[in-house]
Design a protein around this ligand. Sequence first.
Ligand SMILES: [Zn+2]
Length: 44
Amino acid sequence: MVSKTTRDEMTWYKCDQCGLMFDEKEDARQHEQNCDGEDASYIQ
Ligand SMILES: [Zn+2]
């Protein structure tokens, strides 16, 4: 899943599987489709 978060007055989209953050929602969604980090606990 991709969750929306606000940080430093900017909106970010975070991959819940691996914790990567993106400034473009589409980038996050595309990443999510290819993400293989579902077994990883939240690595920041
Ligand atoms: Zn990911």
